[in-house]
Design a protein around this ligand. Structure first.
Ligand SMILES: Cc1cc2nc3c(=O)[nH]c(=O)nc-3n(C[C@H](O)[C@H](O)[C@H](O)COP(=O)(O)OP(=O)(O)OC[C@H]3O[C@@H](n4cnc5c(N)ncnc54)[C@H](O)[C@@H]3O)c2cc1C
Length: 335
């Protein structure tokens, strides 16, 4: 059923009160195809609304993807293949995998949103990215209603990027994703961030996937604001990748600059560090602001409009560019 003038307040983690001209929730490919046949344009696919900033009311049809299902789709000597509905809550899938002894997604615990959105920006955390466990996805082309399968190469995954954020942006609804997870001899990735330290403080010497998941949940809960309490979309900006020349130039004025080497010889500089150096961390501007514990996160303290958050984001981008000559790019989809 298609509703009119629906508030999207319950459907986005920034807590922005924008309206959809038309809104429907779909639980199967068939329901999606029927909704598309109504011919309402443009169509916007909504998952958990945890990576979008709504700056105005949305014209056209918003389709909330609620396709469920976690199904075993085969296995080989090392891995089990699992096909998951696009509307499944990402963290519910991670919990299911951990409880059932499948390894590979434990570092991605507690990332908000849905499985269907996870390939869109190749979600990642604590040294693991979606692409590391991805096999293929099924998506319905919004223009035709036809189902297409995309393998790894076709998705063109990059850092918080994929073909679905580039030329196929807004053209498909991802209805399922198939993952390959280890069923034994799990390859734990505990070298990143505070995982090792947290495991030690939990008294864990021989970690299991459940221990790693628990540690990640602990770390994330202590650093990131809970969207149920303070509206936010996690990291608002991507960490910029730049040349060594730029890094050395920054080092002249800021000898303490933090950087990570990239395989192609360039470097990644944490956007949070750049923003903090410009004095934004903990700054409040009207009803919005830069989170006090993590400068990369913009928050809605209550009643902020999307335009207010967007203005703050661009003020930060301009100030980082003026100070460091680096133009930050939003990770969040500004709608
Ligand atoms: C507190 C917090 C922490 C976060 N931490 C991380 C993190 O560590 N790592 C990380 O990578 N991200 C993180 N995020 C961002 C967010 O959780 C992810 O980007 C997530 O994948 C978004 O899922 P969603 O279902 O909420 O997508 P939405 O916000 O609903 O949509 C995001 C974009 O994808 C499109 N889309 C959604 N579903 C589909 C679909 N089925 N088919 C096609 N297009 C679709 C939408 O149209 C939109 O353009 C965080 C967010 C929050 C609030």
């Amino acid at each position: 059923m298609i509703h009119q003038h629906t508030s999207l307040l319950p459907y986005n983690t920034f807590g922005i009160d924008a309206r959809a001209a038309f809104f429907t929730e779909i639980c199967s490919i068939q329901e999606l195809q029927t909704a598309l046949q109504a011919g309402i344009q443009p169509v916007m696919i909504l998952g958990g609304g945890s990576n979008m900033l709504l700056t105005k009311d949305v014209s056209g049809l918003v389709i909330k993807n609620s396709i469920s299902g976690i199904n075993l789709a085969g296995s080989d000597a090392e891995k089990t293949f699992i096909k998951v509905g696009g509307g499944v809550v990402w963290h519910d899938f991670v919990c299911w995998a951990v409880e059932n002894g499948y390894g590979g997604v434990e570092n991605l615990s507690l990332i908000p949103g849905t499985v269907g959105a996870s390939p869109v920006q190749n979600i990642g955390a604590y040294g693991v990215e979606l692409k590391d466990v991805f096999v293929e996805l099924e998506g319905v082309e919004l223009a035709t209603g036809q189902v297409h399968t995309f393998g790894h190469a076709a998705c063109r995954f990059g850092y918080r990027d994929s073909v679905f954020k580039q030329e196929l942006k807004g053209k498909y609804c991802i209805t399922s994703v198939t993952f390959a997870l280890t069923h034994h001899a799990h390859r734990l990735n505990i070298s990143y961030g505070d995982i090792q330290k947290t495991l030690e403080s939990n008294g864990v010497t021989e970690p299991t996937i459940a221990d790693v998941s628990r540690a990640v949940i602990q770390i994330r809960s202590s650093k990131l604001p809970d969207p149920a309490k303070i509206g936010n979309c996690g990291s608002f900006f991507k960490n910029p990748e730049t040349s060594r020349t730029v890094l050395e130039r920054i080092r002249l004025s800021h000898p303490q600059v933090v950087s990570y080497d990239l395989p192609d010889g360039r470097v990644k500089i944490p956007a949070g560090w750049l923003i903090e150096q410009c004095g934004w961390k903990g700054e409040k501007v009207g009803n919005t602001g830069c989170y006090e514990k993590q400068a990369l996160v913009l928050v809605n303290y209550g009643g902020a409009t999307g335009a207010e958050v967007k203005n703050l984001a661009y003020a930060i981008i301009d100030s980082v560019e003026k100070t460091f000559g680096i133009r930050l790019e939003p990770e969040v989809n500004i709608i």
